[in-house]
Design a protein around this ligand. Structure first.
Ligand code: ADE
Length: 231
């Protein structure tokens, strides 16, 4: 079973970038997932390979043309393709670990990286693009956002992380932030390791980690803490 990612972008040379390194890159080399990029400009119809135009109604910036993007999407993802089609966009639904888990269960993803002021709404509607945002700030384009999303998804695919790197205790898997970690040396600049962690009592270690996780979440992320007691 593989996970096939197709990226539609004006900057295919940015890929795989960080997705070629470490465990994600090893997974790519081992065909646990695949990555194909498509230059949007190749789907333009004029000799200048124009992909954008001025916004209807006026205003600043340029808008990605519906016809050019539709041709690219239809080439990459015909109607029979069951993979979700995403558009990286600051006005999209927020990317969360729940959404990441959902995408990791798919056969792959088709990801459109926006640039310019926006994308013609008609192609978003007709090609069923699901808009996804990686946070409440504005990037210059969707490429880095697509890499963030893919890195989070690919590390959940079977075989990508070794057994040693378990998911269970990670921040956001349980709705809590992760507890603090320590390793040798036993004393660093006069600071010791909490006694419970060197006590050998696994029950007590688990209790301590749980209570540290709760304390951190309450303090740093009252929004997550409140959600946890609602669900
Ligand atoms: N493109 C520009 N800003 C973005 C964001 N915050 N998330 C996803 N795509 C974007």
């Amino acid at each position: 079973m593989s996970f096939d990612a197709d990226i539609i972008t004006l900057f295919p040379e940015l890929f795989p970038g960080p997705l070629g390194a470490s465990v994600i890159g090893r997974g790519l080399a081992e065909n646990l997932w695949s990555l194909r990029t498509h230059q949007l400009r190749e789907f333009a119809s004029d000799k200048h390979r124009t992909v954008d135009d001025t916004p209807a109604g006026g205003g600043p910036g340029m808008v990605l043309r519906a016809d050019v993007l539709a041709r690219a999407i239809d080439h990459v993802s015909p109607e029979t393709d069951t993979r979700p089609r995403l558009l990286m966009s600051p006005r999209g639904e927020p990317l969360t670990q729940n959404l990441v888990r959902e995408f990791a269960g798919e056969a792959g993803l088709v990801i459109v990286c926006g640039r310019f002021e926006g994308v013609d709404q008609r192609v978003i509607d007709s090609r069923n693009l699901r808009e996804v945002s990686i946070g409440d700030y504005v990037l210059a384009g969707g490429e880095v956002a697509a890499m963030v999303l893919l890195e989070a998804v690919v590390r959940l695919l079977p075989g990508v992380l070794g057994k040693a790197e378990s998911h269970a205790d990670e921040s956001h898997e349980s709705g809590l932030l992760e507890y603090p970690h320590y390793t040798r040396p036993a004393i660093f600049e006069g600071q010791t390791i909490p006694d419970v962690l060197t006590s050998g009592d696994h029950g007590k270690v688990d209790d301590w980690r749980q209570s540290e996780s709760e304390k951190l979440t309450r303090l740093r992320r009252p929004d997550l803490w409140a959600k946890r007691h609602k669900d």
